[in-house]
Design a binder for this molecule. Structure first.
Ligand code: ADP
Ligand code: MG
Length: 289
């Protein structure tokens, strides 16, 4: 996933059992990427993107990721949109980080949106009603973290850190609550806030992560095809990492006030930081700091 993942387990259990569980946990990152990558022409997602106007049976994993993506698209009024792939390619995000190869999809989307993606739960199949390029980059990592977290469920205390997105359970090896730093969006290496949580995911979308060649960065407003420049980082705390990951991207695109409204509506906590470094936090977030 072009990021570093670390897994920590604190448990009074056999080391071999812990290491085996950690291996299985890491395996989910590879598996989710294999199914959901836009950059791999042989991924299940790419094969789906190439088929239109007929139902394509997909794996339960891909179906679930798409299902959640569409729910977040719906609740964010389309600020979050898993059909943003063509716009991402147009902004230069078309390179497989492993091979360095440029990958452009065959499908060229014109005015398509998440509404053109139809799921059928009974047959676990997906129909794309228009040419479009699916992109699950905003939630796939969170989804992999949740699957990885399930492998660690036998142990009381664990932490998964995937490029700064965090999923923790219980407490740390010192018996203290897990302490999570939220990066300062403008001072590399500095923290803006530190919060303590147990049994929760904390995910951040920031404009500092991946700058685009053409200016802007890796989060796009599906309405304009450009990077929003109102918000510089959005952090969400939720029970599931996929939800925190997706809502962080959605809140980033919506802007501070509409982003906070979304977090209230979804019953999660978070912190949105604007370009002027004004901080908009839910009351629950402020209480964790
Ligand atoms: P990170 O990958 O740094 O954790 P995000 O979770 O915000 O950051 O995901 C950014 C990725 O989400 C982009 O690389 C792209 O694949 C995808 N994306 C960009 N804009 C949107 C959007 N408006 N809706 C859904 N997905 C998006
Ligand atoms: Mg995200």
């Amino acid at each position: 996933m072009d990021t570093t993942v670390t897994i920590e387990v604190a448990a009074l259990a056999e080391e071999a059992a812990i290491l085996a569980a950690i291996d299985r946990a890491f395996g989910w990152f590879a598996e989710v990427e294999r199914r959901c990558s836009r950059f791999d022409p042989t991924s299940e997602l790419s094969l789906l993107s190439n088929t239109r106007e007929q139902p394509v049976p997909v794996s339960p994993l891909l179906f679930h990721v798409l299902d959640l993506a569409l729910a977040i698209a719906e609740t964010s009024g389309g600020a979050f949109d898993p059909t943003v792939g063509a716009a991402m390619e147009a902004r230069g995000f078309d390179r497989n980080f492993r091979t360095g190869e440029h990958h452009r999809s065959a499908a060229k989307a014109i005015a398509a949106s998440y509404r053109d993606v139809i799921l059928d739960a009974a047959s676990t199949s997906v129909t794309l009603q228009k040419p479009l390029v699916l992109d699950l980059g905003a939630i796939a990592k969170g989804f992999a973290m949740d699957l990885a977290g399930r492998e660690l469920a036998a142990f009381e205390n664990s932490a998964i850190n995937a490029g700064g997105d965090i999923l923790v359970r219980g407490h740390n090896a010192a018996g203290q609550p897990w302490s999570i730093g939220v990066r300062h969006p403008r001072e590399p290496g500095a923290l803006l806030r530190t919060i303590t949580v147990r049994d929760a995911a904390v995910c951040t979308s920031g404009d500092y992560e991946r700058p685009a060649d053409a200016g802007g960065h890796h989060i796009l407003d599906p309405g304009t095809g450009r990077s929003p420049d109102d918000v510089v980082s959005a952090t969400v705390i939720a029970p599931a990492a996929a939800v925190a990951d997706g809502l962080a991207t959605a809140a980033f695109v919506l802007g501070a006030q509409a982003g906070l409204d979304l977090l209230f509506r979804e019953g999660v906590d978070g912190l949105i930081v604007t370009r002027s470094l004004a901080e908009f936090a839910t009351p629950g977030f402020a209480a964790l700091a």
